[in-house]
Ligand binder design. Structure first.
Ligand SMILES: Nc1ncnc2c1ncn2[C@@H]1O[C@H](COP(=O)(O)OP(=O)(O)OP(=O)(O)O)[C@@H](O)[C@H]1O
Ligand SMILES: [Mg+2]
Length: 262
């Protein structure tokens, strides 16, 4: 299942390289000198206790906040100071820790609007969306996510788990090369977690829809992370404690003591 990709140096250029990233909030060192890289096609997990800086790291990589120091490179290009729209147009997609679906729109329209935003339509939230040629892609994702039976329901009428699926599907509408997922299983019924994992594996592999997307996934559900990710980074108090394969992370004594133990 987990087939570790070739690591740094030998497998060509990383899709994402983060070097010495730092972000403080007053006296709080939210992210403190974090460095790692993600290879094309890799599923890279980020784990760590609450408040260890995982979401702050994401927000920096997405241009939502400006880091105090450090560098973020996408395919070798310095994007440290790019905003969210610029990053999205360079192929970075995301899902949020909290749901971001439009409850009063249908599932299908949510997907179409997500792609229109990628294309920079200022008016996409103000008018009922037309198809914009995106319907075929929305339909392909609706089938892949097995949500055809609710495609024409208002998203707000779905269960939390189903809304979460819509939220994840929205991130894939812009055909991203790199997707950052912040806790895709949070609040989801345990019976749906395996389905999300299967889906992400399909999207990672499927050249038509996922285009061999690389993922960075924050998640507290250890079974999910260990099964899905090629490599995992452990953050503790804003710093990197370890990076390794699931087997290496499971066997790391320092990680066991600080996070995985008991
Ligand atoms: N906008 C902010 N203003 C002030 N402090 C912040 C802000 N955002 C995050 N922090 C602080 O930075 C630290 C890291 O927070 P962050 O949300 O990145 O952690 P996390 O690893 O995502 O946690 P969780 O697993 O609970 O989602 C915490 O101490 C948090 O309180
Ligand atoms: Mg978080």
């Amino acid at each position: 299942m987990n087939h570790a990709l070739q690591d740094t140096g030998t497998a060509g250029q990383p899709i994402l390289r983060v070097t010495g990233l730092k972000k403080t909030y007053g006296a709080i060192l939210a992210v403190s000198g974090v460095s790692f890289q993600v290879m094309p096609g890799e599923i890279f997990g980020v784990i760590g206790p609450n408040g260890s800086g995982k979401t702050t790291l994401f927000n920096s990589m997405l241009g939502q906040i400006t880091p105090d120091a450090g560098k973020i490179e996408l395919n070798g290009e310095d994007v440290t100071h790019c905003g969210p729209l610029q990053l999205n147009q360079r192929g970075v997609g995301r899902t949020f820790q909290t749901l971001q679906v439009f409850g009063k729109m249908t599932v299908r329209d949510n997907l179409i609007v997500a792609a229109q935003e990628h294309q920079g339509s200022m008016f996409s939230r103000m008018f009922a969306p037309g198809d914009s040629g995106l319907g075929a892609r929305a339909d392909a994702l609706i089938d892949q996510f097995r949500i055809r039976h609710v495609a024409h329901k208002k998203a707000g009428e779905l269960s939390y788990g189903q809304q979460k699926l819509v939220d994840i599907a929205m991130a894939f509408m812009s055909e991203p090369a790199l997707v950052l997922l912040d806790e895709p299983c949070a609040g989801v019924n345990p019976s749906l977690v395996g389905g999300i994992s299967t889906l992400l594996k399909e999207l990672n592999r499927n050249p038509k829809i996922g285009q061999h997307s690389s993922f960075v996934v924050i998640e507290h559900n250890m079974d999910f992370v260990m099964d899905l990710c090629h490599r995992i980074m452990v953050m503790v108090e804003g710093q990197v404690m370890a990076i390794g394969t699931p087997a290496e992370i499971r066997a790391n004594k320092q990680v066991l003591d600080a996070y995985l133990g008991n």
